[in-house]
Write a protein that binds this ligand. Structure first.
Ligand code: DAU
Length: 334
């Protein structure tokens, strides 16, 4: 199988490329990535010289490029996206461009070049916040951030292209993921790298917001299941159904790193902050036989260990990107 994996230099995309090349010796991968601030070829250094792997720098909104790359691929897995909620609050247009228009460009190429399948990687955030119970694949979209709204737009285009043009697409909605190569602006890697450098962890609002967390390897196996066994035109929720309050995640990290509560700083809440995400993943488990392998506590220890052993990877990011400047702009007092 020949796959075009978009956004493959990012956190999840690069983990998925490793997963595919390790698990399927006869598959080959083209990695298309625009190398925005979060795209990082250091994530794929070990693949340099691998004859089954090719990197192309480019944008999923570039129809000519996408058209030429999809002439003879079997499958597209679309990881390319602007993904950070806080950035979407500061600069929503980038999100609309990549997450909506970029997705449409890919769908158009699938249609034109008769690509056999496209898997759209999306988020539980399209459903919005839920006080009790869980969202299913049938729940209505009620996005609350520009990021979530842009992903919802891309997902709706997938649906429309399937219904109107019979384009073979599957959409996945995942809970929060974490693990190696996670860009250190997101909650868990930001907390780890702050604690490792003697800084405080900023906790938004009261810290009682609830998220479900999935280790990157489990997310890869879930996408693998949808790619190989998923039904065209279907939507699958991916989650561990293991809910954690943000503050409890930080308490665990403090424990793992031998720190105390003086390393926590409660800061102004994120505007429009979703209180709780919870999705039902029984369709994926029952229909495709998927189950997560990793327990949250064990995976968190593994992740901390990876950051401890790969200091040069994240120090380079912290020193050379706008991430610190961005953070200071949002929280000038920190
Ligand atoms: O739910 C899946 C989504 O999870 C993905 O689709 C998004 O791409 C991803 O960014 C993530 O969204 P969240 O907003 O939940 O993730 P984030 O890591 O930004 O924040 C997790 C929680 O931690 C959230 O309640 C906000 C809070 N938080 C975050 C940061 C960065 C803090 O309290 N302090 C922080 O410094």
């Amino acid at each position: 199988m020949k796959l075009l994996i978009t956004g493959g230099a990012g956190f999840m995309g690069s983990n998925f490329i490793h997963h595919i090349l390790e698990k399927y010796p006869d598959y080959s991968v083209i990695n298309l990535d625009k190398l925005t601030y979060s795209g990082n070829l250091d994530n794929l250094k070990d693949l340099e010289g691998n004859s089954r792997y090719r990197f192309v720098e480019g944008d999923i909104c570039d129809a000519t490029l996408i058209n030429s790359l999809t002439v003879d691929v079997d499958v597209i897995v679309n990881y390319a996206a602007e993904t950070h909620v806080d950035r979407s609050i500061l600069a929503p247009l980038d999100f609309v461009r990549t997450d909506v228009m970029g997705t449409q460009t890919l769908l158009e190429a699938v249609r034109k070049n008769k690509v056999k399948k496209m898997v759209q990687i999306s988020t539980d955030e399209v459903f919005g916040s839920i006080e009790d119970g869980k969202f299913t694949e049938e729940s209505p979209f009620e996005p609350n951030s520009p990021y979530a709204a842009s992903k919802a737009g891309g997902d709706l285009l997938c649906r429309a292209y399937h219904v109107t043009y019979d384009v073979p697409v599957i959409v996945t909605h995942s809970c929060n993921f974490f693990g190696p190569y996670h860009y250190p602006e997101k909650f868990i890697p930001l907390a780890i790298t702050n604690l490792l450098t003697g800084k405080k962890v900023p906790v938004y609002g009261d810290g009682n917001q609830v998220r479900e967390w999935i280790y990157t390897k489990d997310h890869c196996s879930a996408v693998d299941a949808t790619l190989h066994k998923g039904k065209i035109g279907e939507v699958y929720n991916i989650s561990t159904e293991d809910e954690r309050k943000n503050i409890d995640v930080i308490q665990l990290l403090l424990q793992i790193l031998g720190k105390d509560e003086s390393s926590i700083e409660y800061v102004t809440d994120r505007p429009g902050h979703d209180r709780r995400y919870a999705i039902d993943s029984s369709k994926l488990r029952n229909d495709l036989g998927w189950d997560p392998e990793y327990k949250f506590e064990d995976a968190l220890v593994k992740t901390v260990t990876w950051f401890q052993n790969n200091e040069s990877w994240w120090k380079k990011i912290i020193e050379t990107t706008d991430y610190q400047a961005y953070f200071k702009k949002q929280y000038p007092t920190l």
